[in-house]
Design a protein around this ligand. Structure first.
Ligand code: IPM
Ligand code: MN
Length: 359
């Protein structure tokens, strides 16, 4: 939710990173919709386009030049398409670009709504938009993602690989506090579920659970609950209506939000925000760069459009953000045959146009 601008002037600087594969195509549609929303609601924004990703890396060897990083720090928000290139070894761009940005800007929250829009087919039979409507608050700077660990005796029969989950009191507490505050502001069921693995990973989840209970005392209006991560996967399918807001660590959040994306209709609609409530936040469709669809004008831009809506909400442009979500719902309810690439009944560009028309 919003980081209100301190100044009253509603003009923003948005850094745009189309990235790899279909990223630039979906971001183009997202910007088209943001332009229309800006005209309707009266804010202004300047787009600064950055050419980063696999192609640039192959051409120049650069991933995230320090000068670019510095410039991004002056933006009001970052709008990202997708990262990942079939000809670049896995890990290089993901760690060098996506995770580097999340870490550099200390975007300690990854906010991922799981919401089934009207007219969207969910593989979970008999579940309706009323049943599937929750938000995952994923810790975004710690856990297994810090790169802590190492390898000994690589390539030998005695090889040892250690990958450590880092959980700091500060990191856990700020994430949990954000989740409590978010649940309060969401005003839906006022229920926050901690998702972890207290029965096995007792050090990490012991800390999470203790801080969770401590903070719960400060939020008497919020019902708290706990579920193991494996059971949560089961409930996502069987009883998704049990969830309002979920808070979890980095890796569990990564995993359960892919499942979440599927029950809400697929990667074509799933959006997320990498949020630093006190700094520069970054918004992206949660799917990948979809190399096989690149340049074909068949990929679904709705996830990127929804990410754009979240970005505007973060800037304090609540009206524009709500307008975009309503327009997307209108399009899913009345127009699209499917959310899958190539099966929408419309091209990527046409879907962008439909959303603009619905605004
Ligand atoms: C995501 C992605 C990333 C992650 C990868 C690409 C590093 O899967 O945003 O969920 O693991 O966080
Ligand atoms: Mn993921």
């Amino acid at each position: 939710m919003a980081k209100e601008k301190t100044t009253k002037d509603r003009s923003y600087k948005i850094a745009v990173l189309g990235g790899d594969g279909t990223g630039p195509e979906v971001v183009r549609e997202g910007l088209k919709v943001m332009d229309a929303a800006a005209k309707k609601t009266g804010f202004k924004y300047e787009k600064i386009m950055y050419d980063l990703g696999g192609e640039r890396y192959k051409r120049t060897g650069e991933i995230l030049p320090p000068s670019v990083l510095k410039e991004l720090g002056t933006a009001d928000a970052i709008y990202l398409g997708a990262i990942g290139h079939p000809e670049v070894k896995p890990g290089i761009l993901e760690k060098g670009l996506l995770l580097a940005l999340r870490f550099h800007f200390d975007q300690y929250i990854n906010l991922r709504p799981v919401k089934l829009y009207p007219g969207v087919w969910s593989p979970v039979k008999d579940k309706t938009p009323e049943d599937i409507d929750f938000v995952v608050v994923r810790e975004n700077t710690e856990g297994l993602y810090t790169g802590t660990g190492g390898i000994l005796k690589e390539g030998t029969a005695d090889e040892v690989a250690i990958q450590t989950s880092v959980n700091t009191r500060k990191g856990v507490e700020r994430c949990l506090r954000y989740a409590f505050e978010y649940t309060k502001r969401r005003k839906k069921e006022n229920k926050l579920t901690l998702v972890g693995k207290t029965n096995v990973l007792t050090y990490a989840w012991g800390l999470w659970e203790r801080v969770f209970k401590e903070l719960a005392g400060e939020y008497p209006g919020i019902t708290t609950d706990y579920a193991h991560v494996d059971a949560t996967c089961m409930w996502f399918i069987k009883n998704p209506e049990w969830f309002d807001v979920i808070v979890t660590d980095n890796i569990f959040g990564d995993i359960i939000t892919d499942l979440g994306a599927m029950i809400q209709g697929g990667m074509g609609i799933a959006a997320g925000g990498n949020i630093n409530p006190e700094g520069v936040s970054m918004f992206e469709p949660i799917g990948g760069s979809a190399p096989k669809y690149t340049g074909k004008n068949v990929i679904n831009p709705l996830a990127a459009i929804c990410a754009g809506g979240m970005l505007l909400d973060n800037l304090g442009e609540r009206e524009a953000s709500e307008m975009i979500e309503k327009a997307v719902m209108n399009v899913t309810a009345n127009k699209l045959k499917s959310l899958a690439a190539g099966k929408m009944g419309y091209s990527t560009e046409e879907v962008g146009d439909l959303v603009v028309a619905a605004l």
